[in-house]
Design a protein around this ligand. Structure first.
Ligand code: SAH
Length: 384
């Protein structure tokens, strides 16, 4: 069930309703409201999200009268792409301008057996984690559900264009659906700008669309919400949507975590891990639990830290991702030495945890973890 109150058609309102961010429940409510049968919702969802259509005229199985009526009261509107950058490793970054003049970044990461889209949930971020460059620009506002899903909608359209181009690099390797159609984007991670659990209503509505077979039909395991640990929202999340979770833990104890993730002072580690246990309820078959741990030299990367982490996570059914810190000017941190990262990984693996070191992708276009939007304001000005 969705819980965002959407505007209904008001006779006095002249503003058109943007249907891009409506999940099935809201779309049905919308069609009922205008006196149409709810099955129209399914038709329109498919046109928008499966065929990438933004014009009611193209919806050929919808009657002409309804198409004309829809064009009067509604629109399908996504942010404008103001920059598309490709990295040497095939990573693509889009800079998108929102209505209000704010910009957000979205990153596509192609790999041999999957294509991952990293999307943003807020403009900037309020959490102020010391090692993250998004934090440095402060918080501006939450994204609406349509701005969140638009990132997937736009990426699909752009990737299809690239795939149609015989010179496209990287996309031809992507996985293929059962019916032989390329599935450009197989995974979505909410690991871009912002804290998704501080924009829960809109994130949940967009996630409904990601999972809906009438829209993107992604599996729950392949949609991941990344959070620094907003405890009350984690509890609500279990009731609202059921996807994989990445916890940005980054420290084996509260003392270290307090110093790098200020939110920890409000929700200490044991409360967060309890909320995660509640979220998974012992079941990580359908959805994954990933612990993210950014490797900061001399801060959280000692052998003692690794052993402490192994004890802390005992009985948590999780995988651990070690993320080499991506430096940015004046961060004040350095990435751990490769030897320290490997030693850390070995200790965790010997303790029985599946542990991976994340490959840094798209570094040459500032698309790597924690680098998003550091220069957004500059870039959007430059490209006007
Ligand atoms: N607010 C959410 C999602 C955004 S951050 C969260 O905290 O999870 C996504 C991931 O990138 C987090 O694990 C974050 O800690 C990590 N990250 C941020 N800055 C980074 C940097 N400079 N280098 C490496 N990883 C970074």
């Amino acid at each position: 069930m969705s819980f965002v109150e959407k505007p209904v058609i008001s006779k006095v309102s002249t503003k058109k309703i943007n249907l891009l961010g409506y999940d099935l429940a809201h779309m049905k409510a919308f069609f009922t409201e205008i006196g149409e049968k709810p099955f129209r919702a399914v038709q329109v969802l498919k046109w928008i999200h499966q065929y990438g259509v933004d014009n009611f005229e193209q919806m050929s199985n919808v009657s002409q009268t309804l198409r004309a009526n829809l064009a009067k009261i509604a629109i399908i509107k996504a942010p404008e792409i103001i920059m598309e950058q490709k990295a040497g490793d095939g990573t693509i970054k889009w800079l998108m301008r929102l209505d209000s003049g704010n910009s957000i970044e979205t990153v596509f990461i192609p790999e041999d057996n999957r294509g991952t889209l990293c999307i943003s949930s807020q403009v900037g971020c309020a959490l102020d984690c010391g090692f993250c460059s998004t934090a440095k620009q402060g918080f501006n506002r939450n994204l609406t559900a349509d701005e969140i899903i638009a990132q997937l909608w736009i990426a699909h359209r752009q990737l299809r264009k690239l795939a149609a181009d015989s010179n496209a690099g990287g996309v031809e390797k992507l996985p293929t659906r059962k019916n032989g159609v390329k599935k450009e984007i197989s995974n979505v991670v909410l690991m871009g700008m912002g804290e998704p659990l501080l924009n829960l209503d809109n994130v949940v509505e967009a996630v409904h669309l990601m999972l809906d077979d009438h829209a993107y039909g992604l599996s729950k395991r392949r949609v991941t919400i990344s959070t620094a640990g907003v405890v009350p929202a984690l509890k609500r999340l279990r009731e609202e949507c059921d996807v994989s979770l990445a916890l940005s833990l980054h420290a084996p104890n509260d003392k270290v975590r307090d110093s790098i993730v200020p939110l920890n002072k409000k929700y200490p580690i044991h409360e967060i891990l309890d909320a995660c246990r509640y979220y998974f309820n012992g079941n990580t078959k359908k959805k994954q639990f990933i612990i993210e741990y950014v490797m900061l030299a001399g801060i959280n990367d000692s052998e003692k830290n690794a052993r402490e982490l192994a004890v802390l996570l005992k009985k948590m059914p999780c995988k651990i991702n070690l993320i080499p810190f991506n430096p940015f000017p004046e961060s004040g941190y350095e990435c751990s030495k490769i030897q320290a990262i490997n030693r850390f990984k070995d200790i965790l693996q010997q303790s029985g945890y599946v542990t991976m070191v994340r490959k840094t992708r798209g570094e040459d276009i500032d698309a790597a973890c924690g680098q998003l939007a550091g220069k957004v304001i500059d870039k959007s000005r430059r490209s006007i």
